[in-house]
Ligand binder design. Structure first.
Ligand code: PMV
Length: 342
């Protein structure tokens, strides 16, 4: 039987300037620009196979081995946008475009634990579909329709997501600032505080913050534009000190917005705060900035640091938290190491 299939792998990205809040829920247009590093690792990836065939009787999807309903507006938006672009590109016949699609996706890290699993998942799905349907051009705009932050996982290295000004979202796209090779000493340590699902999804947390956080308005109008410009300069100059300070300030402000939301969204726990304190203590005693923490919508810490400082920081984390280091191997680029913090 005629089957066309493509398999792709996409890694997670960890934001240093956080996206929080939308101007359009359906099109997923963000309130503010954001910036992240895409991890260069085999450990935190989504792997997706997409296939089309004249023999498939209906569209189907499996996520981590379990069949899931395709009745999800975001997923359907991604599939239909890819098919629309494929129709204009004209590389598949109309008959092939009518064939049903099967999607099989796996994450090798906790789903929905604030570890950007949906970002990797949708980036991977959209990239795989784009290859299968042979469409050209930027596809970050399509990945954005699945999960906003997914648009940044389409590119490697440091990536910005420009909020855009067009109400139909066509200019709300991700762009690479520098490839991972620009700053080969950069490393990311992920300290897994908890791998259970987060209590408040980022979608509902954002909605609530938009409804009633005054701090969010100040953040969007005043803080993010300045930080985007300063952190971009720091990345281009490989100025770790400035990069780290802005990263920690932005994470702290994002969680302050979450607490300023009513009822509050509480993502960090005591262990998360303990890790942040430890990083400030390390930086103070070293007399320089050794590492920066950042937290997404969950309690897990992501530490950005330079390769030379990985052993020292890991030793301090192990000493204070008695951790279980899963992997002691480092990769070039934005590599990652997973550490369980009990
Ligand atoms: O793309 P979403 O809906 O999973 O939202 C992600 C929001 C944060 O992870 C908290 C910040 C970010 O920019 O990734």
């Amino acid at each position: 039987m005629a089957v066309k299939s493509v398999t792709c792998v996409a890694p997670v990205n960890i934001a240093v300037i956080k996206y929080w809040g939308k101007t359009d829920e359906k099109l997923i247009i963000p309130l503010n620009d954001s910036l992240s590093g895409t991890l260069h690792t085999d450990h935190m990836c989504a792997k997706t196979t997409v296939a089309i065939s004249s023999k498939f009787s209906k569209d189907r999807m499996w996520l981590n081995g379990t069949e899931e309903s395709l009745d999800n507006p975001r997923l359907l938006a991604c599939i239909s946008e890819v098919k629309d672009r494929a129709r204009s590109a004209g590389k598949l016949t109309e008959e092939e475009l009518q064939w049903n699609v099967h999607i099989c996706s796996e994450n090798n890290f906790p789903t929905a634990a604030g570890l950007a699993s949906s970002a990797a998942g949708y980036a991977c799905l959209v990239y795989a579909l784009a290859m299968l349907y042979k469409i050209d051009g930027d596809v970050s705009v399509i990945a954005r329709r699945g999960s906003g932050s997914a648009c940044r996982s389409i590119y490697g290295g440091f990536v910005q997501w420009i909020a855009g000004t067009n109400p139909n979202g066509t200019d709300s796209i991700a762009q690479q600032i520098v490839p991972a090779s620009h700053w080969p000493e950069m490393r990311v340590l992920i300290l897994v505080v908890s791998d259970s699902r987060k209590k408040t999804s980022s979608t509902s947390g954002m909605q609530r913050s938009c409804e009633n956080s005054e701090l969010l308005k100040h953040r969007v109008a005043k803080c993010v534009p300045e930080r985007m410009s300063e952190i971009t300069k720091a990345i281009l100059k490989k100025d770790f000190e400035t990069f780290a300070k802005i990263t920690m300030q932005d994470s702290n402000q994002f969680h302050a917005v979450c607490l300023d939301t009513y009822p509050p969204c509480v993502y960090m726990n005591d262990v998360s705060h303990g890790i942040a304190n430890l990083i400030h203590t390390i930086n103070k005693f070293a007399g320089r900035t050794v590492a920066a923490y950042t937290y997404d919508a969950g309690p897990n810490a992501c530490l950005y640091l330079l390769e030379k400082d990985v052993p020292g920081v890991l030793a301090a984390v192990n000493h204070v938290f008695h951790t279980d280091t899963k992997k002691e191997e480092y990769y070039r680029g934005l590599s990652v190491d997973l550490v369980d913090v009990p």
